[in-house]
Design a protein around this ligand. Structure first.
Ligand code: KG4
Ligand code: ZN
Length: 335
């Protein structure tokens, strides 16, 4: 089955074509147009700018995705589009365009939840991966622990109570002036610092499998402000290393606690933050120690992209979850 998929929930416009049948997942094209340079000036995503940029890009990217995949509109079996959660104006561009494309070419359309899409990216690089599995999705907007009972039935069993993990990486990176979004820069810089240099609070909560990243972020801000006021030199590398270590330890201890509760045999870690090399390495050690099958998408598929939406769209279609022309976009999670 050949799927044309659209992703426009935040600051990446992406169109992909994938061929998926049974347990075979193949990306034929996956074009991602990042808007990062348009938002850098503001240090965060400006929703109105994001919507306009999606509108300008989506038609051209669709032609490119079809031509890179060597398919024509007639070859497409279904259309998949991210409908929630995300920035409402940004989502509406993708949903409106996908509905129009599906109507014009008389193709069925399915709506995809962005978070389910992130986990579905793991199907491409882990042959035979099948629900049930346990998932951690950590991105710029979400940090959720999910009991995935079937390819389409996701039960969130833990989440962040404030900032998302990626948001915390980005805010600390911004404070240190090392770029936006700062996750990848923090990842690299952490190798040059001492993770024991600064004592920071853990974002893992003792009484649950929820997280709280805001206290950790505030502790870093207070540390930097105090040291600057005292005229002391601060080491960005030590901050990056100490911060990364606190995040990694909290994620692993929470996954361990969740393993005690859910006894999962397969673990998927997905979302932009799953590109983090320290998390990937430590999670691999943790999984090996427990005999868990660990499935993390290729780094290139951790950030927002439409191939992941195609993979989840396939499962929604197989489950009979078809949408129609009344399909709407929702800023909050609805499916
Ligand atoms: O999934 P994603 O592309 O967009 C959302 O759905 O939010 O995730 C983007 C987030 C950003 O916060 C970015 O800083 C973070 O993923 N990120 C990383 C790394 N690469 C991207 N965080 C930590 N380490 C990385 N290597
Ligand atoms: Zn995302």
């Amino acid at each position: 089955m050949i799927i044309l998929a659209f992703e426009s929930s935040c600051d990446e416009t992406s169109v992909a074509v994938a061929e998926i049948d049974g347990e075979k997942y193949k990306i034929l094209s996956n074009i991602v147009a990042s808007q990062i340079s348009m938002h850098t000036l503001y240090g965060g995503v400006v929703p109105e700018i994001a919507s306009r940029a999606h509108t300008e890009a989506i038609s051209r990217l669709t032609y490119e995705a079809l031509s890179d995949a060597f398919v024509t509109p007639e070859d497409i079996d279904i259309v998949a589009v991210t409908s929630n959660p995300g920035l409402i104006g940004a989502l509406l561009v993708g949903v409106g365009y996908a509905k129009a494309w599906a109507y014009a070419h008389k193709k069925p359309i399915v709506a995809v939840n962005h978070i389910k899409g992130h986990t579905a990216a793991a199907y491409y690089s882990h042959e035979g991966l099948k629900a049930p599995f346990f998932a951690l999705v950590a991105s710029g907007g979400h940090t959720s622990l999910i009991d995935v009972k079937s390819p389409t039935e996701y039960v969130t069993v833990g989440h962040t109570r404030d900032d998302a993990a990626g948001e915390a990486f980005d805010k600390v990176a911004r404070l240190l002036g090392i770029g936006y979004p700062g996750g990848a820069a923090m990842d690299a810089l952490a190798y040059e610092g001492d993770e024991k240099a600064i004592k920071l609070p853990s974002p893992a909560l003792a009484d649950s499998i929820d997280f709280s990243f805001s206290g950790l972020k505030t502790a870093v801000i207070n540390y930097v402000n105090n040291e600057r006021q005292r005229g002391n030199e601060i080491s960005n590398a030590d901050i990056a290393a100490s911060f990364s270590s606190a995040v990694v330890k909290a994620i692993i201890s929470t996954l361990e606690k969740a393993h005690g509760m859910y006894r999962y045999e397969t673990l998927v870690i997905a979302g932009g933050v799953a590109a983090n090399s320290h998390i990937r390495r430590t999670a691999a050690e943790f999984a090996e120690g427990k005999g868990i099958r660990l499935c993390i998408p290729d780094r290139s598929l951790c950030g927002d992209n439409a191939a992941m939406i195609a993979a989840q769209g396939y499962h929604e279609y197989i489950a009979g979850n078809l949408a129609d022309s009344s399909l709407n976009a929702y800023a909050c999670q609805v499916t």
